[in-house]
Ligand binder design. Structure first.
Ligand code: NAD
Ligand code: TDX
Length: 357
């Protein structure tokens, strides 16, 4: 099997880290170059301890996807067979308080990466095997009411600056297929959880706050629904789409595990009560505080993954209950990792987002 050379962007973030570790293990004939700007969300230490045979097929470049010259050099030097694009500003609350970085990275960065990919693809005789996979989100579809599911045909209706920027990026990616024929793929996935997730997102933030006996801030009435997808199931879906997806197509990826936020928080409290020996009036549930809602807060997300299941045979392998417990245990075992991400910037963010709620 010839070695396949993949450019991964944003590989030092949550999903990228899991993707690189999982893929290098599962695909011994793939090599990965990870291009990451190391924003607050990027942690190169995530990829430092890997078995030798995996480390030998991994390379890290510290750089920005908006840097045209760097992209050109990397494509010429490494002649990539595929690009899998994770790099993004990814937190909805940050997009509300500072949207410009989202336009810069998610829109302009995606555009520059697409353009560099197109030049490379043309220079190599429009190789039919080349792929550009854009990792996107279900948030581009807006909000559902009590019933229904997002399909690949649901019109885009983003609510936050984050989802608007991801929607714009998706449109550019599809335009590069229709206008220039670049073999692109788009995936829209639901909320991921698992190891290495930055503790600004619901599940890791709540785990840390419960462990540290700090307030657990629930936005609004806590009844907003998310469809939870274990990150390793997401990574397997991405590999499937990269290998077998049809250029120009979009695939929704969902965990099929809808939960209200308050249910997730109750689950976390129960797991941690058991792990930390808390019970009765000492239960972790005493830390729950209902706080001011997120503006433009989408009420419900739920994904119909039947296209991916029917055409490519993917379905999630992990149940929410088991994978949530595994995730809690990962955070309990990785104190050093937690310390390393709780920098001054992190503390400032927590102060900025929560002190007035
Ligand atoms: P993350 O915030 O954990 O990681 C983002 C990574 O991108 C970081 O390593 C960061 O340093 C890097 N980065 C940011 N700006 C960059 C730039 N200009 N140039 C190069 N690198 C840059 O994000 P995540 O949760 O791992 O999400 C990865 C992708 O998946 C994103 O595109 C996100 O929109 C999408 N997604 C995430 C979820 C989820 O639940 N986390 C769900 C659906 C889709
Ligand atoms: O402190 C909190 N309290 C709270 O009630 C936080 C951080 C969140 N929430 C709620 C808001 C959402 O309804 O929990 C839910 C999940 O929130 P986030 O973890 O911020 O995720 P979400 O806004 O749903 O977006 C996530 O999934 C889709 C990722 O951050 C995106 O990158 C991805 O595209």
């Amino acid at each position: 099997m010839p070695l396949k050379k993949i450019l991964v962007t944003g590989g030092c973030g949550f999903i990228g880290t899991n993707f690189i570790r999982h893929t290098l293990e599962k695909k011994p004939y793939w090599s990965i170059l990870n291009l990451d700007a190391l924003t607050y969300a990027g942690n190169p230490a995530n990829l430092e301890s890997m078995p030798e045979d995996m480390a030998a097929r991994y390379m890290f470049v510290h750089g920005d996807i908006r840097d045209n010259e760097l992209l050109k050099r990397l494509f010429i030097k490494h002649n990539f067979d595929a690009v899998i694009h994770f790099a993004a500003e990814s937190h909805v609350d940050r997009s509300i308080l500072g949207p410009e970085a989202f336009v810069e990275t998610n829109v302009i960065g995606t555009f520059r990466l697409l353009d560099a990919s197109l030049k490379h693809w043309k220079a190599h005789g429009r190789h039919p095997e080349f792929r550009f996979l854009n990792v996107s989100t279900d948030e581009v579809y807006g909000s559902l009411g009590k019933t229904g599911y997002f399909t690949e045909k649901t019109p885009y209706d983003p609510s936050s600056p984050y989802s608007a920027s991801k929607a714009a990026a998706d449109h550019f990616v599809r335009a590069y297929f229709r206008t220039y024929g670049l073999p692109v793929l788009v995936t829209n996935s639901s909320n991921n959880y698992g190891p290495y997730q930055f503790p600004e997102k619901l599940i890791p933030l709540m785990i840390l706050n419960i462990v540290e006996s700090r307030p657990v801030p629930v936005y609004g009435d806590g009844k907003n629904v998310r469809d939870w997808l274990y990150v390793i199931d997401h990574c397997d879906a991405l590999i499937k789409v990269l290998e077998e997806g049809k250029p120009g197509e979009t695939y929704n990826i969902g965990g099929g595990e809808e939960r209200q936020n308050i249910e997730v928080i109750h689950n976390l409290c129960d797991i941690l009560d058991e792990r930390l020996g808390r019970a009765g009036k000492n239960s972790s549930r005493r830390f729950i505080q209902f706080v001011t809602d997120r503006p433009g807060h989408d009420r419900r997300y739920a994904i119909d993954s039947s296209k991916l299941n029917g055409e490519l045979g993917w379905k999630p392998e992990h149940s929410f209950e088991d994978a949530l417990e595994a995730t809690v245990d990962w955070y309990l075992r990785h104190n050093e990792w937690i310390k390393s991400v709780k920098t001054g910037e992190y503390r400032k963010w927590i102060e900025k987002n929560y002190h007035t709620r």
